[in-house]
Design a protein around this ligand. Structure first.
Ligand code: HEM
Length: 195
């Protein structure tokens, strides 16, 4: 396995999450994520991981077909999408699918969520890949993209041939895990007392 450039989950370079563990547990409760969801996330991983490149094609196709989204990957210098940046992020995005399905929701995972939040925000965007692209991903689009990221996964789960009830449960677990993460990623966009 080759290392994924810029992927730093579990490394000392990732600052500790700025919230207390109890606050994280309360957030888990708010998305109603429980033990059963963890089992269904693992099952979803078995289906999604062998097809992760297809899934990334769908997501990258979606972003690429909307200029206001692709703008996040556009170089300031010449106004063109930075292919190297897109490719580097794609590898970490693939790993994120794996991490989401395998998540144990431990401290290292929690710390990395704040890192991903910073990487979308002007306080950390572009630094990981040393690029000079758009400075910031707007919060409203971070939240809005939850819809396609959640809905586009369903056909993949359904095509596994698993019983409908299991597909529903995998999809629910995936939805909860994505919403939980994006909730954490909003940190740099808010004042601490508003978070
Ligand atoms: C539900 C919403 C979203 C999810 C799940 C998501 C997921 C991810 C993941 C997993 C990464 C890589 C994290 C890492 O470095 O390990 C990433 C990076 C990135 N995403 Fe998103 N993202 C979302 C919304 C958006 C939106 C709306 C845009 C704007 C088009 C966007 C643009 C980017 C960019 C430019 C990077 C690279 C940031 C950098 O390190 O410079 N993302 N995203």
């Amino acid at each position: 396995m080759t290392a994924i450039a810029g992927y730093t989950l579990g490394q000392d370079s990732v600052p500790r999450a700025p919230i207390r563990w109890q606050e994280f547990e309360e957030l888990e409760q708010s998305v109603a994520l429980g033990e059963e969801d963890l089992r269904y996330l693992r099952l979803a991983g078995e289906i999604l991981l062998p097809r992760v490149e297809e899934l990334l094609d769908v997501w990258y196709g979606f972003v690429g077909s909307h200029p206001h989204l692709l703008a996040a990957f556009v170089r300031k210098e010449d106004g063109k999408p930075d292919e190297r940046y897109l490719a580097a992020v794609r590898r970490r995005f693939g790993r994120w699918v794996e991490d989401t399905c395998a998540a144990r929701f431990d401290q290292a995972w929690l710390d990395y969520q704040f890192e991903i939040g910073r990487r979308h925000h002007r306080s950390g965007k572009n630094r990981t890949d040393g690029v000079a692209a758009a400075e910031h991903v707007p919060l409203r689009h971070l939240v809005a993209l939850i819809a396609p990221i959640v809905l586009t996964v369903r056909p993949f789960l359904a095509q596994s041939g698993r019983p409908a009830e299991e597909v529903d449960k995998m999809h629910a677990a995936w939805t909860k895990a994505v919403v939980l993460q994006v909730a954490l990623w909003t940190w740099p966009y808010t004042r601490p007392e508003d978070f």
